[in-house]
Design a protein around this ligand. Sequence first.
Ligand code: GSH
Length: 222
Amino acid sequence: MLKIWGRRNSAHTQRVLWLCEEASLPYELILASATMGPDGHISGGGSAFGVVDTPAYRAMNPNGTIPTIDDDGFVLWESNTISRYLAQAYAPQALFGDDIKTLGLASQWMDWTNTQLEPALHILVMELVRLPENERSSANLEATRQGVLPALQRLNDHLADRAYVAGNEFTIGDIAPATAVRRWYVFALDAPPMPYLAAWQARMAERTGFRSHIEPPEFHLR
Ligand SMILES: N[C@@H](CCC(=O)N[C@@H](CS)C(=O)NCC(=O)O)C(=O)O
């Protein structure tokens, strides 16, 4: 069976778990992290799940990051790469209409998420959730909130005349940005109305994989 090392409150792991639901792929999740454990972030005093620092894990993924997968002996890391591999191997029709250009467009928004949304979201989760109170900076929080708005607005504008990021069908390309945008909504920070973004997010909530792995606020608030 497919093995996935990660944790349920890791946005990069969440993408892969959601994709497995879309592809009807059974998997085993092995909890792994240097920074998070059963009681949340280690800055709160608890211990980490570990595993990522072991020689066996580093032999699979020298970065020590999550997620990593082992698909019958084939090991892969980088969540977008894992997602593309699983989609192409197991569910090309369901996840990109088995069309190379659709996969290209989907891929564009997957990688856009990493460069345009995630650096800001990482700062927001640290400032709002994970850092001890005395290490938080309201100025950093506010600058980051303002900084991410143009990217969210750009996605909102893109969705004005299409239901999903790569066209009018759900694809693999929706998973990464919708996971990031869910986190943004859970944080409930001030923002101008973005109706197309909200409608797209509501469409995601119709999907079992989103409801199981992305929607629960506790997956973003620990
Ligand atoms: N670009 C990588 C990023 C991997 C990454 O930084 N993952 C985070 C969790 S979302 C991590 O490994 N955090 C440290 C840890 O939990 O030990 C990917 O998409 O897989």
